[in-house]
Structure formats: structure tokens, C-alpha cells
Design a protein around this ligand. Structure first.
Ligand code: AMP
Length: 303
């Protein structure tokens, strides 16, 4: 077992899907990631560095603590918490951003507490790439750095993103972001181009169609877990990342076999996230629920 440091957004999300809506629910890339990753680790082995505003409801802070997330690095600053308003139509693989209010993130400069600087596994969750870079400049010899982003940062800060990618081991992004950042339609061509910028591997997330792992010498396909009811895809990507890195940190290994298994655990955690709005389902998931889906995965992919 090892520890993970995550830097990302802690948000109040207002989300509408064809199956309902929520207003100012707990969300954010760092939150979905942590609640997913902690299932694989010992209590308080996931450390969040992020910022919230004075209006951040205390019940949400309690929820993080109750779920055994280390919130020492979660700062409260003057101003309002980050807010995201998003909408999905029947194509649940694509989020439409209606509004993004950075609020306290506008002036945030992540400071990694000295006790966190040696954390072996780092997740740079979806956040301003300049902040992701600042984090990497403070940590000491991590074993693995994984980075996520989204269309918002690809269109507004592509050069910053390309810079930080030089220092990243595994880059997670969804299919449309893969095309957007590479300016290539064909996914193989896109992946080749992105790999040439620095990351050692890329995982392309494909929503209900699963995910594909690529590095310079191999490709590995993972389907998504078949679900009859999906309520809200928000957070699926971050929960995927939580399962992926959570499993790697649990094993404390980065060999090929572990990475393949971790990709399956990523897909499983994404499947729990989409079964409810906000974190309602994800936070109630137990280890035996995860293992049950892992066994089923083995059966429906073995031939
Ligand atoms: P995903 O896992 O990709 O569905 O990420 C969903 C989360 O990303 C939501 O809970 C949002 O609060 C958060 N989010 C949306 N836009 C941004 C942004 N520009 N920067 C950081 N986080 C964001």
C-alpha cells in the first residue's frame, strides 16, 4: 500500500441529464478521484490539495472526512467555491458546459505541505495546467505522475498543457479531447502525436465504450461495465482515474500487468460513478462490490 496526492477541483456542480438534475451538489475532479481511490487504500492515504470558498457547505467537508480523505491540504479562501454547470443530452459520452465559474481558483497557487512532498503517486486532476505544473515543481521524485484535463483547458491553455505533459507518465483524456488537442481525427495518429510531446502512455476514455491504453509499444482495450441505468456521467473520468491509480498505489508497482489490471479497475469505478447523481452511489461502494464486477469483467472478456 502506498499514498496518493491529488490536486484538482473541489466544486459545486449543477447538472442536468435526461434522467434528472441536481443543484450545487458536491463535485469536482479531486473529489470524485479521492472517493474512488480511497476504496483501494488505507484511511487517509489519499491527500487532497485544493481550494474552496467561504460558502463551501460544512456537510461536504464532513463527507470527505467521513470517507477518510486527508483534507489537510484543502484550503478555505475568501470568495466563492468553484462552480460548474453542465448538461448532457442522450449522448451521455459528451458533457456540455453551460458555465464555469473559477471563483477561488482564479488566484489559487497550490502549496504542497512538506509532509506531502514525497508522496509516490501523483494525480494532477482536471485543473488549470499552470497549477498542475506548479505542483510538479514542488514534489520530490514521484514514482508515477498521471494527468487529466478537459476541453476547457485545451482551448484556453494548450501551450501550458503541452509543457506540463513533458513531465507526465500517463495522460488521461477522452476521445473528443484526444482529437481536439492533437488536431487529428484518427485516434491512432492522434495518440502518436501526443506521445511525441512527452507522456509515456495515454489512456483514451470512451465513455460507454470503455477505454484504451496506449504506449509506444503496446495497446490494451478495456470495455465499460454494461449498465442498464445511467443517471449522470459527471465524474466518471475522475472515478476511472481513482480506480486506476488507487489500484497501482495499492500494489505499489508500475509493471505492465499491474497497469492492465488497473485499467480494468478504472473502468469499474467509472461504472459506479454514473449510477447516481453526484457521489451518492460511488461513496457507498464496498470492496466486495468492486471485486464482484472485476470477476464479471474477467468472464466477459476472456476468450
Ligand atoms: P469528469 O470526470 O470529466 O466528468 O469531471 C467532472 C468534474 O469536473 C465535475 O465535478 C466538475 O466540477 C469538474 N470540472 C468541470 N469543469 C472544470 C474545469 N474547467 N476545471 C476543473 N474542474 C472542472
Amino acid at each position: 500500500m502506498s499514498k496518493i496526492l491529488v490536486v484538482g477541483s473541489v466544486a459545486l456542480d449543477t447538472v442536468t441529464t435526461p434522467f434528472g438534475s441536481v443543484k450545487e451538489a458536491l463535485g469536482g475532479s479531486a473529489v470524485y478521484f479521492s472517493i474512488s481511490a480511497i476504496k483501494f487504500l488505507e484511511p487517509f492515504d489519499v491527500r487532497i490539495v485544493a481550494v474552496v470558498g467561504e460558502d463551501f457547505p460544512s456537510k461536504y467537508l464532513k463527507l470527505l472526512k467521513k470517507n477518510k480523505i486527508d483534507t489537510e491540504g484543502l484550503k478555505k479562501e475568501k470568495g466563492k467555491t468553484f462552480r460548474w454547470i453542465g448538461e448532457y443530452n442522450y449522448n451521455l459520452n459528451e458533457a456540455h458546459t453551460i458555465d464555469t465559474k473559477l471563483n477561488v481558483f482564479e488566484n489559487f497557487s497550490p502549496e504542497i505541505p512538506s509532509a506531502y512532498k514525497n508522496t509516490p503517486y501523483i494525480f494532477l486532476a482536471n485543473i488549470d495546467p499552470d497549477l498542475q505544473e506548479k505542483v510538479l515543481n514542488q514534489v520530490i521524485s514521484p514514482k508515477l505522475v498521471v494527468l487529466d484535463t478537459m476541453n476547457f483547458w485545451i482551448s484556453s491553455k494548450k501551450e501550458s498543457l503541452k509543457n506540463v505533459l513533458k513531465k507526465v507518465d500517463i495522460f488521461l483524456l477522452n476521445e473528443s479531447e484526444t482529437r481536439q488537442i492533437s488536431e487529428e481525427f484518427n485516434i491512432l495518429k492522434a495518440v502518436k502525436k501526443i506521445l511525441s510531446w512527452g507522456p509515456k502512455a495515454i489512456i483514451v476514455k470512451r465513455g460507454e465504450y470503455g477505454a484504451i491504453y496506449f504506449d509506444n509499444s503496446s495497446i490494451f482495450y478495456v470495455p465499460s461495465y454494461p449498465l442498464e441505468k445511467i443517471y449522470d456521467p459527471t465524474g466518471a473520468g475522475d472515478s476511472f482515474a481513482g480506480g486506476f491509480l488507487g489500484y497501482i498505489a495499492k500494489k505499489d508497482k508500475v509493471d505492465r500487468k499491474t497497469i492492465k489490471q488497473a485499467t480494468v479497475f478504472g473502468s469499474i469505478m467509472g461504472s459506479f460513478a454514473v449510477e447516481s447523481f453526484s457521489l451518492d452511489k460511488l461513496r457507498s461502494v464496498r470492496w466486495k462490490d468492486i471485486l464482484k464486477r472485476y470477476k464479471e469483467f474477467k468472464n466477459f472478456t476472456y476468450f
